[in-house]
Design a protein around this ligand. Structure first.
Ligand code: PBG
Length: 334
């Protein structure tokens, strides 16, 4: 119900904004470190941190350095990291077999983190693009993305990640039926407590550009992903996808990208009231960081504002490359 508000001059909205104390008292939403999931890129080798040109400040880390990053996250109070592998082009194939190799880079990183920092939640990406010779999230035959064959491959991939110790699986492939297939396979194989955070409403977006560089998929990608990722013009479809994924056994759902899609976040939260996440993707990070590095915007302020706005839009948490920086600022402000 809308409270009755007196008219001017009895009501002066500026009274509640007059001091920092009053602004804090009347603040409607809060951002905390517990809301953050930190996506990190893993590569092979030892003792390596390699810059990613299109994402200044973000690096690819060898597995030993990934463990250090997970320790840093835990120390900062960040509850989860999300792993993305940069796969040696030699290991990519049409059949994407490397995706369910128990000893692939992602699975080695999961085990290494869990051995040293068991308290941090490890989230994974379930999609074939890092392993696919043509850069797509699904298996391709004669230029067509094969839905059901891809789902079978994704189930094998998901089970290998669960076996390695992943806490949260993040299917980002947008094939139909994958959540139900994964949930059934997890139940049947003794992994009933592994959570699924479905990339349910994932749009075919230009904002993924820097990420595809980061995982080495840009050069490989033939065509676009519009036959499986959503059209930016659609909103009702997002609600139907979320409903479908929840029914198939998703524990949490995601909207991706973030900032241009806050209306979708709000609709999803209002419609279902389930744990709802947004992914502030690589292009969003690059825009803020790129402008800040040139002195065109205040980078810290823009970062914190963007993250708070996800909370206001109804998100329970945000996947963001800013996670450690934001956590440090939140700690300094506490
Ligand atoms: C692929 C995947 C993508 C991202 C996360 N998982 C890219 C894509 O769909 O092409 C993008 C993340 C980002 O841009 O930060 N399965």
């Amino acid at each position: 119900m809308r409270p009755i508000q007196a008219a001017y001059p009895a009501a002066r909205f500026r009274r509640n904004r007059r001091t920092d104390a009053l602004r804090r008292l009347t603040q409607e939403n809060t951002l905390s470190t517990g809301d953050l999931i930190w996506p990190i890129f893993v590569r092979d080798g030892h003792d390596i941190e390699e810059p990613i040109v299109s994402m200044p400040g973000v690096v690819r880390r060898s597995v030993d350095r990934i463990v250090l990053a997970a320790e840093e996250a835990a120390e900062l109070g960040i509850p989860a990291v999300c792993l993305f592998p940069y796969t040696d082009p030699q290991l990519k194939s049409e059949g994407c077999e490397e995706a369910w190799n128990p000893d692939n880079l992602a699975n080695r990183a999961i085990r290494a983190i869990k051995a040293v920092v068991p308290e941090i939640a490890v989230m994974t990406d379930v999609a074939l693009d890092p392993y696919n010779i043509n850069g797509h999230d699904g298996l391709v035959r004669n230029g067509i993305i094969l839905n059901d064959e891809t789902v079978e491959a994704l189930v094998k991939m998901a089970l290998a990640q669960a076996e390695a110790g992943a806490d949260i699986l993040g299917p980002s492939d947008m094939m139909d039926g994958r959540i139900g297939a994964m949930r059934a396979a997890l139940e049947a194989s003794g992994h009933k407590d592994v959570a699924i955070l479905s990339y349910s409403a994932k749009y075919a977006s230009a904002f993924y550009g820097p990420f595809r560089d980061a995982v080495g998929a840009s050069g490989a990608l033939k065509g676009d992903k519009k036959t499986y990722q959503m059209s930016p013009a659609n909103s009702d479809e997002a609600v139907r996808l979320i409903e479908r994924d929840l029914r198939e056994g998703a524990d949490m759902v995601m909207v991706k990208p973030g900032m241009p899609y806050l209306d979708i976040c709000r609709r999803v939260k209002d419609s279902f009231g389930v744990p709802t996440y947004a992914y502030q993707v690589s292009g969003e990070y690059a825009m803020i960081r790129g402008a800040a590095d040139r002195g065109w915007i205040n980078g810290e302020a823009a970062m914190m504002e963007s993250l708070m706005c996800f909370k206001r839009a109804g998100c329970d948490g945000i996947l963001t490359y800013f996670a450690p920086e934001a956590a440090r600022l939140l700690r300094a402000q506490a």
